[in-house]
Design a protein around this ligand. Structure first.
Ligand code: GDP
Ligand code: MG
Length: 444
């Protein structure tokens, strides 16, 4: 979960408001102190913490609650909106042809993020390619090429060539037919003048629509200094904070964004190409405070479920074959670890009791189902009612699974079919549908 510790201590601070008899200066002072402590422990820089806390204090003590809102709700809302202000607006990233340059320290996650961003655009129907401009790190070419091949996105690199500027120049030409060109550069420290010059030279090759600074959530207080140096050199248009899934404190990176007056474009929340989200200030703070965030979930769900190969409309309207079921399960799987999705749901909703085991069960199940389905005829997959007890034995035999496992698959299908019917009525992709669907599929 994103910034676990900060979230927990902020939640505790807010609980004090909720549990207090009445809101007075004493309570506000105490809560503000708790918030300060939580932020400083999370590496948020002191200047920013002070700005935030005086803002909260001022408003809480002087503003009257608007009509219809009690004083507790009012103070909670002030804390929430001030936190949202601190993280700022998200960097706009248009869904159109563009050229993007990735910069940052070594190991911050540039290469992984380049692939994730390529994947992000590919999912939106655009054609991305990544250009490997890291001529320093051994294996950089192979790492990126493998990632791109796996994702089926374009790749340009010149193994053996040490001239990063020339590679990018060639790459931009070679990859001209791609919608999105992402340049993955070598990591550098703000003090390495040669490398900074190389970065400027690459920057000078074309008009980059975005120059994204990749910051590791664990970077701590030196984040601001680094961000300033990169900003001075090429003028960054946005930040990607990576590894927010770890136990990292993250406050250093958040402070850097505020200090350089930039904004966050994406956040990385895991190692796989799907573990990245568009930054959404409201959603981010809601999640941090445990208020839940269905927005990110729904966006992600829509993306996956509305792909051509998963025709939700069709499935809800009529026949729901085993192939449909498989596509559906696969789609849910592609959304990323269930656990992560669940953490986006409101507290007390479905999020509470998902365990790693349950997620793994679904992954394993999917694999098993595939094997079983491969032993069925096309007609059987299309109409599983054809599969009576003798066919169950045959399929079990053919797939090397037990008859019980085949029966379980058929039962699961029936259950999902019912769930699909139940979803009729609401439009596809709506938040209630997702919740309902997961619940009905036993993923609650
Ligand atoms: P680069 O040197 O800046 O290109 O960094 P890489 O992309 O090679 O990433 C360095 C390491 O961080 C790799 O092991 C990545 O798998 C890992 N990594 C990158 N982004 C994330 C993230 O969002 N979460 C986690 N857990 N690991 C990440
Ligand atoms: Mg790299």
């Amino acid at each position: 979960m994103v910034l676990d510790n900060l979230g927990t201590s902020l939640k505790d601070a807010l609980k004090k408001i909720a549990n207090s008899g009445k809101i007075d200066k004493e309570v506000i002072d105490e809560v503000v102190k708790d918030i300060q402590r939580a932020m400083i422990q999370a590496d948020v820089n002191v200047r920013l913490v002070m700005k935030l806390s005086s803002q909260i204090k001022n408003r809480a003590l002087t503003e009257a609650p608007p009509a219809g809102m009690n004083s507790k709700e009012h103070v909670l809302r002030i804390v929430y909106t001030e936190l949202v202000n601190i993280v700022g607006k998200a960097t706009p990233v248009a869904l159109q042809s563009q050229t993007i340059m990735m910069v940052g320290l070594q190991g911050s996650g540039k290469t992984t993020t380049s692939a994730k961003i390529a994947r992000y655009f590919a999912r939106k129907g655009l054609k991305p390619a990544v250009i490997c401009a890291d001529t320093y790190r051994p294996g950089a070419y192979d790492q990126l090429k493998q990632l791109c091949d796996k994702l089926g996105v374009g790749f340009y690199g010149e193994a053996g060539n040490k001239d990063a500027v020339a590679i990018v120049r060639n790459g931009l030409k070679e990859m001209a037919k791609y919608d999105i060109k992402i340049v993955d550069t070598a990591g550098r420290h703000a003090l390495e003048t040669d490398l900074i010059q190389e970065m400027k030279d690459i920057y000078g090759l074309t008009k980059f629509d975005h120059k994204l600074l990749v910051l590791d959530a664990a970077i701590g207080q030196q984040a601001s200094e680094q961000a300033k140096a990169f900003n001075d050199a090429i003028g960054i248009t946005g930040v990607v904070i990576t590894k927010l899934d770890g136990t990292a404190k993250g406050g250093g990176a958040l402070s850097a964004v505020s200090d350089t007056n930039t904004s966050i474009a994406f956040i990385g929340v895991g190692e796989t190409p799907d573990d990245m989200e568009r930054f959404d200030p409201d959603g981010f703070i809601s999640r941090l405070l445990g208020m839940g965030d269905l927005k990110a979930l729904v966006e992600r769900a829509n993306e996956v479920l509305l792909k051509d190969d998963v025709n939700v409309e069709k499935m809800m309207q009529g026949k729901f074959t085993l192939n449909d079921m498989y596509d559906q399960l696969e789609a849910i799987n592609k959304m990323g670890p269930l656990k992560q999705i669940m953490s986006m749901l409101p507290l007390g909703g479905l999020g509470g009791n998902i365990t790693d085991d349950m997620y793994k069960m679904t992954q394993d199940k999917l694999k098993g189902y595939k094997v079983i389905m491969d032993s069925m005829t096309a007609a059987e997959r299309d109409d599983p009612k054809l599969i009576g007890s003798s066919r169950i034995v045959r399929v079990a035999h053919g797939s090397g699974k037990s008859a019980d496992e085949v029966r379980e698959l058929l039962k699961y299908h029936k259950m999902m079919q019912k769930a699909m019917k139940g979803m009729k009525g609401g439009g596809p992709g709506g938040k209630m549908n997702m919740q309902k669907m997961m619940k009905q599929m036993g993923m609650k």
